[in-house]
Design a protein around this ligand. Structure first.
Ligand SMILES: *Cc1c(COP(=O)(O)O)cnc(C)c1O
Length: 807
């Protein structure tokens, strides 16, 4: 029995009455939203139960994706879309007098991630369920997600993200599945029955409570689990004594220290801070997650030798790499296996994804910190390191000199990437260029020792959210042209290629883009009071604010245009709207100065009579998944301009091409593979190659000052930063000025300026020829199918995990 508006409306009315005691006329949007969730759960939960039961019956191998971040955004549209009921609900809501968009937007973004790494984890979960693969997420239920960004006088201000202030509708608390995680204490070693035995004393007990979120597959009945752990205190071991009132205060101290563990997400992206609480979070995730997995495993299977056949532990970057010694600890101490047995199992069960080669992002924890917090793990890491170094010494004499650089423990630090590589059977990069840099440079000696471990899995994004859901009108045009096969098999988008020059499709696609721009323009007008031209080129730079992502280079182009317009008021410039969305880590001073500069430039540009009709600059506050969903469908130009070699993959690039934007980008990360697929004539490539960047770094022959002295455009722009043009208090801009000249422009902004300006001129020239632009746009959409995370996940499933769909 298929549902219709006529059958759904009464159900929703009934739910409003039974849950909130409200009639349709009285109900608020929030109550309607919550009623939808309650109705949805009535169909999701039985399928969830059945899916898990099927996995047990079939003895399926299960993947657990351990990640400190899951940047889910809203789930309501995804869950409705995947249930095949999105349009039904939209129609029903409208018929009942509600605005569907307003109702859906009652759901707050689950912002449990910083950026690309966390969003990747969320796309992977969607693909796992949609491909009916037995794969689940393990993460932390941070009470506060990534901070909310406000802009005050052009400066970023951070506010707490209290995303749990209303109930989180999708989660189910599973108190009965709590796990105890132990911190600190001492380890006593004794000899019993010819065996060394390790007793852990005086540790702090932390209760890990799982909250499960169902991950619904697209038009199938598969529902996998995202398990998010919350830290709570326990009174079990406290002996409250009426004669000792201070016990109560001890307890309160303990409770506060425990609850801090899952209190907030660290807001650093691609930067390692070395905070003890962060290390506690990492172990908390690893220990709770692993114990719960092994408890299930033991219920079903007798022998731990089966573990690598039944379980894969995929770690998202090194953050969960304590999983290696933690698994060893459980196998050795709790299960009584020998070191050799335990190591064989561990090495075959853990797989590691590397996400960056930036040295400031590499995790290394002081030995003393690890020893204090996890005394038994410390002993195990020591043993792993000893054995690894010995193996190098004897089996790889050619690497003897490199042992200090390869060791897990060196100069008082524990190197988590080394631990992860030594302890796993697969080491993957996230785009081909990135994997090649790992193999040939950053991790070269490890590739000599473990050549079979290294592999590439180019990132992807779920086309269900990033096309079908955010841009339904474009999806309709595609379906009208090539049929709907692409929805289940995104590689079929390729069939669009032969329609790239079709005038009717071009016209329809242009219409959809224009409608999307009008919607965005309305939003921008409402939010910021800025009027943008909906016929202008919409040029978007949306991602975390980072030196290597070079928002500054984009800004230099804007200031260049500004100078040009002022010098020549009749300059024939095609109108352009530059949109920025970016959060800076709260402690990243340079990044915050760039935000201030963007806003200062926007103020000037948007108000200058000779500029404002040609160039507009909008900094959109609080860049997060739901904001990306508004911006991306309206974009013409996708800024992917990182210093070559620095961006491991990027996924924003994929979302934008899938929505018909053309990329202006460097030969970095997945841009390389985008170019390869769409062809060089359908992307605007510029700048140094990664090899050229490495060569300048190696030879030390780049002199930023020469570019300031010799390129009058650059000098004119940079002088504006320090002569109080953009603000009368611009110490911040002096800092940017100095980082370019005296710190010798670490990210080659000045070096790439000229070729960037040329590429931008090519963008404008091409845009003026609409049919040529639309042809390129269609070709980009046609090749975006490859960048669906369905493809990525199928590669993981086949090459790393060895798992099959369970239908
Ligand atoms: C996709 C996405 C990112 C990653 O963007 P990049 O351009 O790949 O750095 C970051 N934040 C949000 C909210 C996203 O949706």
């Amino acid at each position: 029995m298929t549902m219709t508006v006529q059958t759904l409306a009464p159900l929703l009315t009934e739910k409003l009455l039974s849950s909130f005691g409200k009639t349709v006329d009285e109900a608020t949007n929030k109550e309607v939203f919550q009623s939808i969730c309650l109705l949805m759960k009535e169909s999701i939960h039985p399928n969830w139960q059945t899916t898990q039961q099927k996995y047990v019956e079939a003895e399926s191998k299960q993947v657990y994706y351990f990640s400190m971040e899951f940047l889910l955004g809203r789930l309501v549209e995804t869950n409705l879309l995947n249930a095949g009921e999105l349009d039904l609900y939209k129609d029903t809501l409208s018929s009942m007098g509600f605005n569907p968009e307003e109702v859906f937007h009652e759901e707050l973004d689950a912002g449990l991630g910083n950026g690309g790494l966390g969003r990747l984890a969320a796309c992977f979960l969607d693909s796992l369920s949609s491909l009916q693969l037995p794969g689940h997420g393990m993460g932390i239920r941070y009470k506060y997600g990534l901070f909310q960004q406000k802009v005050v006088d052009g400066h970023q201000v951070e506010l707490p993200d209290n995303w749990l202030r209303d109930e989180y509708m999708w989660e189910t608390k599973r108190e009965e599945k709590a796990i105890e995680v132990r911190f600190g204490g001492t380890v006593e070693t004794t000899y019993e029955d010819d065996k060394l035995v390790f007793h852990h004393h005086d540790y702090e007990r932390v209760l890990a409570i799982p909250y499960d979120v169902p991950i619904v597959g697209f038009e199938n009945k598969t529902v996998n689990t995202l398990r998010l752990w919350s830290a709570e205190s326990t009174t079990n071991h406290f002996h409250f004594n009426s004669s000792r009132g201070h016990d109560y205060y001890h307890y309160l101290d303990y409770k506060r220290s425990v609850e801090k563990i899952s209190e907030f997400l660290y807001p650093d992206d691609s930067y390692y801070e070395g905070k003890i609480l962060r290390l506690k979070q990492q172990y908390f995730l690893v220990s709770a997650g692993l114990q719960s997995i092994l408890r299930r495993f033991k219920k079903q299977y007798k022998c731990f030798d089966l573990l690598p056949e039944k379980i894969v532990l995929q770690i998202n970057d090194t953050h969960p790499s304590l999983i290696v010694p933690e698994l060893m600890r459980i196998l050795l101490d709790d299960e009584g296996l020998s070191w050799e047995q335990a190591w064989k199992i561990t090495e075959k069960t853990v797989a590691y994804t590397n996400h960056t080669t930036l040295s400031e992002a590499l995790e290394k924890w002081p030995e003393a910190m690890i020893e204090d917090l996890f005394p038994r793990l410390y002993m195990i890491i020591h043993e792993i390191n000893e054995r690894f170094c010995k193996m190098l010494w004897f089996d790889f004499p050619e690497l003897r000199e490199q042992i200090p650089a390869m060791a897990i423990i060196s100069y008082g630090n524990i190197h988590m990437a080394h631990l992860a590589m030594v302890g796993s059977f697969s080491i993957n990069g996230v785009a081909r260029l990135h994997t090649d840099i790992l193999k040939n440079r950053v991790m070269k000696p490890f590739n000599i020792v473990y050549p079979d471990r290294f592999n590439n899995k180019t990132n992807g994004i779920t086309h269900r959210r990033w096309l079908l859901n955010v841009n339904p009108d474009l999806a309709d045009e595609i379906t009208k042209t090539i049929g709907d096969q692409w929805i289940k098999k995104p590689e079929f988008l390729k069939n669009l290629q032969s329609f790239a020059t079709n005038p009717e499709l071009q016209e329809n696609i242009a219409k959809v883009k224009h409608e999307n721009k009008k919607k965005l323009a309305t939003f921008i007008k409402d939010q910021y009071g800025i009027t943008i031209n909906d016929q202008s080129i919409v040029d978007v730079h949306i991602k975390r604010l980072h030196g290597y992502k070079r928002q500054l280079l984009n800004l230099f182009h804007i200031i260049y245009l500004y100078n040009q317009c002022i010098e020549n008021p009749s300059l024939d410039l095609y109108p352009r709207t530059f949109i920025f969305g970016a959060k800076a880590a709260p402690g990243y001073t340079f990044a915050k100065h760039v935000i201030k500069l963007i806003n200062a430039v926007a103020e000037k540009v948007n108000n200058h009579p000779h500029v404002r009709d040609k160039v507009k600059v909008v900094f959109m506050e609080n860049y997060q998944v739901s904001l990306a969903e508004r911006i991306i469908p309206a974009a013409d130009v996708s800024e992917q301009i990182s210093t070559a070699s620095k961006e491991a993959s990027g996924t924003g690039n994929m979302k934008l091409m899938m929505n018909g934007a053309l990329t202006i980008g460097t030969e970095d990360g997945a841009n390389v593979e985008i170019r390869e697929r769409v062809g060089a004539e359908n992307i605007f490539t510029f700048g140094l190659s990664s090899e050229e960047v490495f060569s300048h770094q190696h030879r030390g022959d780049y002199r930023a000052r020469d570019y300031y002295n010799n390129d009058s455009r650059i000098k004119q722009i940079m002088d504006l930063l320090v002569n109080e043009h953009f603000s009368n208090d611009d110490v911040e801009f002096k800092d940017i000025f100095y980082s370019l000249l005296f710190n010798n422009d670490e990210y080659f902004v000045l070096k790439d300026f000229d070729s960037y300006i040329s590429a931008q001129q090519a963008v404008e020239l091409t845009y003026r020829n609409q049919s040529s632009w639309l042809q390129k746009s269609i070709i980009n959409i046609a090749h975006s199918g490859y960048f669906s995370s369905d493809r990525t996940i199928q590669q993981y499933a086949k090459d790393i995990w060895n798992i099959k769909p369970q239908r």
